[in-house]
Design a protein around this ligand. Structure first.
Ligand code: TYD
Length: 131
């Protein structure tokens, strides 16, 4: 479904690791960065698709699971490495759950925030896939 894991190049030495996102590392230009933190372990985030936005989701700290759905099939990804992100193209429903204690979920987005480009109703999402 064109959802894929992307390995962010990293530089590692005895002082630790440094990961860099630049150039063609991800398949869109970043318009916005936001992050989720202090998320209760029983919370569900996401629960929407986008008409335009592409995203890269990264577990900067801790872990969580992302369930993606393209209208015909589901895939589940465990994100738990700060240099492996999940690329989600336009038109894919996503839910994020099972946050570990201290998890930080970083989202790089291809668009600025615009509530009008969200699809927050699952049936509307499914209908958009059939048309
Ligand atoms: P929401 O879309 O429910 O978050 P998530 O999908 O990550 O679970 O957003 C929560 C609230 O934050 C909602 O009122 C919209 C607002 N918001 C912004 O104001 N700007 C943003 O860039 C984002 C992503 C959300």
């Amino acid at each position: 479904m064109d959802v894929k894991l992307i390995h962010i190049p990293k530089v590692h030495d005895v002082r630790g690791s440094l990961a860099v996102i630049e150039g063609d590392c991800i398949p869109f230009k970043i318009a916005r960065v936001y992050y989720l933190f202090d998320v209760p372990s029983d919370a569900y985030r996401g629960g929407h698709a986008h008409k335009e936005q592409q995203s890269l989701i990264l577990a900067l700290s801790g872990s969580f699971e992302v369930v993606v759905n393209n209208g015909s099939k589901n895939e589940r990804y465990l994100l738990n490495k700060p240099n492996i992100g999940l690329y989600i193209p336009t038109g894919v429903w996503r839910e994020i759950e099972n946050f570990s204690s201290g998890a930080v979920c970083l989202v790089l987005a291809s668009t600025k925030y615009d509530e009008n480009e969200y699809i927050r109703d699952y049936d509307t999402f499914l209908s958009s896939k059939q048309s």
